[in-house]
Ligand binder design. Structure first.
Ligand code: SF4
Ligand code: SF4
Length: 160
């Protein structure tokens, strides 16, 4: 399915998530499904929580015990393939990369979107950080109902 549509299967998505006890604290989710020569996630992590190894074509692997959920890898990944997830108060809280305009503002309600681009409900904007060397990638902290844990991937403006 990934080859034909670019959309991972639910099994692939679940394989990248950590168990719910681990997600009490924020952890990176590496949605990097293919062997490609790339490693900014590994080199940018200040806690050595991401491992690729000598063969740069290998897929990255996260050590959740070392990951603090800081989000540096989120804006360091050129493929926008990393999010951070935490379960908090029956909500799924994510840090996601966002490179479109307008930039959301805290407390706004945006449209939650799945990996196929479909609207799946409402996403509450918690925080917006402009990070990175060129501040090209905004990191948006957003909450969705916990039922959308494996569906949610990004946001869409309700003001278009
Ligand atoms: S969220 Fe921070 S600590 Fe976790 S893997 Fe990414 S850069 Fe490393
Ligand atoms: S930086 Fe992103 S695309 Fe590159 S290996 Fe890491 S997760 Fe995959």
């Amino acid at each position: 399915m990934l080859d034909k549509t670019g959309v991972p299967t639910i099994e692939q998505i679940r394989s990248r998530f950590h168990d719910q006890a681990t997600l009490v604290r924020p952890k990176a989710i590496l949605e990097c499904y293919e062997n490609i020569p790339c490693n900014p996630c590994e080199t940018s992590c200040p806690f050595n929580a991401i491992h690729i190894g000598e063969d740069i074509n290998q897929k990255p692997v996260l050590d959740p015990d070392k990951c603090t959920g800081c989000g540096i890898c989120v804006y360091s990944c050129p493929g926008l393939a990393i999010i951070v997830c935490q379960l908090i108060n029956q909500k799924a809280r994510f840090k996601i990369p966002y490179e479109l305009l307008p930039i959301p503002k805290a407390n706004e309600e945006w449209i939650a979107v799945d990996r196929s681009g479909n609207a799946i409900g409402t996403a509450t904007i918690i925080k917006v950080d402009c990070l990175g060397k060129q501040q090209k990638t905004t990191i948006v902290t957003v909450e969705v109902p916990i039922e959308k844990l494996y569906e949610f991937i990004t946001i869409r403006s309700p003001y278009e």
